[in-house]
Design a protein around this ligand. Structure first.
Ligand code: ASP
Length: 334
C-alpha cells in the first residue's frame, strides 16, 4: 500500500484497558473522561500490541503469541522478526538500505518487564538483530554489543551469517550515489524503524525495535534505536515508548525515556508523545522542517498514543480482534 492510500484516521488514542490491581497511580492530571473510559473496560480486553508504521503482519504475529498466553517479550521479538525477514522493507533487517559505502548495518534493542535490556549496534550480516539483542540481554552480563563483537557473539549463538544487501537495495544505493545527497529522508515509503510494544494477558509490558538506520548514513553511524531510553524505554509500572525517525534528534532529547517519564507525571500517552515532539521542534534553531521523528506509546492501562513532526507517520494497533493501521496526527500542518 502506498502512503497516499493510507486511511486518514486521526483517532489519537485507543480505548483504555484496565489492568485490575496493577494500575499504577499516575493519573492525577487525567481528565475525568479518560478515567471513565478506562474503568469501563475490563481486563478481558488484554492483550494489546502496537507498532510503528504499517506492519500488520508483524502485529498479527505478536498477537498470535499473546492470544496463546505467551508473554509480551516473546511477542515483540517475534513481531519484529517478521519485518526483519521481509526483504521488501528497506529499513529493517534483510534488504535494509546500506550506509554510503554499501554496507548494511543494523541496530536493535529489546527491554522486558523487569527493566532488563539488550542491544546491538552496527551489526552486519545477521538478519535477526532483535534476537541477537535478546541474547545479549539474557546470555551476557552486558547491555550492548557492537560491530564485529556483536556479529561473532551472534554466530556463537547459532545465527547464520548472510549477505543482507538485496538487489533492490543495492540498486537504490547505486542510484543514490549519482548525487550522493546526504540528508535525512523524511519517510522511507511507509516504513522505517520497526518499534513494537505489547501488553500480555498478565498486564506486563515489553518492547523492542530494529532498524538498518538512516539510509546512506556515514560508515560507523549509530542512531537512537539501540540506545535504551532514546529509541525505546519500558517501565512496567508506567508504560513504554518507542521512536522512529532521525535518531540524532531522538538521542538529544532522550525521547522514549522522556515520554515514559511524562506519563509517570500523569500525562496520557498521547499528551506525552506530543510533548516529546514539542521538545524537539521548539529548540532554538531547530531544523525540524527537514526531518521526521515519530513516537508511539502505551501506558499500563492500555491507553495508546502516537504523534510525529510530519504527516504520514502511522501506528499499527492490534486490539480486541482488530488489527489496523492508524494514521498519526502531526505537528507541521502547513
Ligand atoms: N531511528 C532510526 C535511526 O535514526 C531510523 C528511522 O527510524 O528511520 O537510525
Amino acid at each position: 500500500m502506498k502512503r497516499r492510500d493510507f486511511i486518514k484516521n486521526t483517532a489519537l488514542s485507543g480505548a483504555g484497558l484496565a489492568v485490575g490491581s496493577t494500575i499504577v497511580s499516575c493519573s492525577e492530571n487525567k481528565s475525568k473522561k479518560t478515567e471513565t473510559e478506562v474503568s469501563s473496560i475490563s481486563k478481558a480486553s488484554l492483550p494489546l500490541v502496537i507498532a510503528t508504521w504499517h506492519v500488520e503482519a508483524a502485529t498479527a504475529k505478536a498477537m498470535e503469541i499473546l492470544q496463546a498466553g505467551g508473554n509480551a517479550l516473546d511477542a515483540v521479538e517475534q513481531g519484529c522478526k517478521v519485518e526483519e525477514a521481509n526483504e521488501k522493507g528497506q529499513s529493517v533487517g534483510k534488504g535494509g538500505l546500506p550506509d554510503r559505502d554499501g554496507n548494511v548495518t543494523l541496530d536493535a534493542c529489546i527491554m522486558d518487564k523487569h527493566g532488563n535490556c539488550g542491544s546491538v549496534v552496527y551489526l552486519q550480516n545477521i538478519t535477526h538483530a532483535v534476537s541477537v539483542a535478546r541474547k545479549v540481554m539474557e546470555d551476557t552480563p552486558h547491555v550492548m554489543l557492537a560491530g564485529e563483537g556483536a556479529k561473532q557473539f551472534a554466530i556463537s549463538k547459532g545465527f547464520q551469517p548472510e549477505d543482507l544487501l538485496t538487489e533492490a537495495s543495492k540498486k537504490a544505493w547505486e542510484d543514490w550515489k549519482v548525487k550522493s545527497e546526504y540528508k535525512p529522508i523524511i519517510n522511507i515509503e511507509n516504513h522505517d524503524t520497526i518499534g513494537m510494544l505489547a501488553i500480555d494477558k498478565n498486564g506486563d509490558i515489553s518492547g523492542a525495535c530494529t532498524t538498518s538506520g538512516l539510509a546512506y548514513k556515514m560508515g560507523g553511524r549509530v542512531g537512537d534505536s539501540p540506545i535504551i531510553g532514546s529509541g525505546l524505554f519500558v517501565d512496567n509500572e508506567i508504560g513504554a515508548c518507542v521512536a522512529t525517525g532521525l535518531g540524532e534528534e531522538v538521542v538529544k532529547t532522550v525521547g522514549s525515556f522522556l515520554v515514559v517519564e511524562l506519563m509517570r507525571q500523569g500525562k496520557s500517552p498521547q499528551e506525552a508523545c506530543e510533548e516529546a515532539i514539542s521538545r524537539i521542534v521548539n529548540k532554538p534553531n531547530s531544523n525540524y522542517k527537514n526531518f521526521q521523528v515519530g513516537y508511539i506509546a502505551v501506558n499500563k492501562k492500555g491507553e495508546t498514543g502516537h504523534y510525529a513532526i510530519h504527516q504520514w507517520f502511522s501506528m499499527t494497533k492490534f486490539h480486541d480482534g482488530i488489527n489496523q493501521q492508524i494514521q498519526s496526527d502531526f505537528y507541521v500542518k502547513a
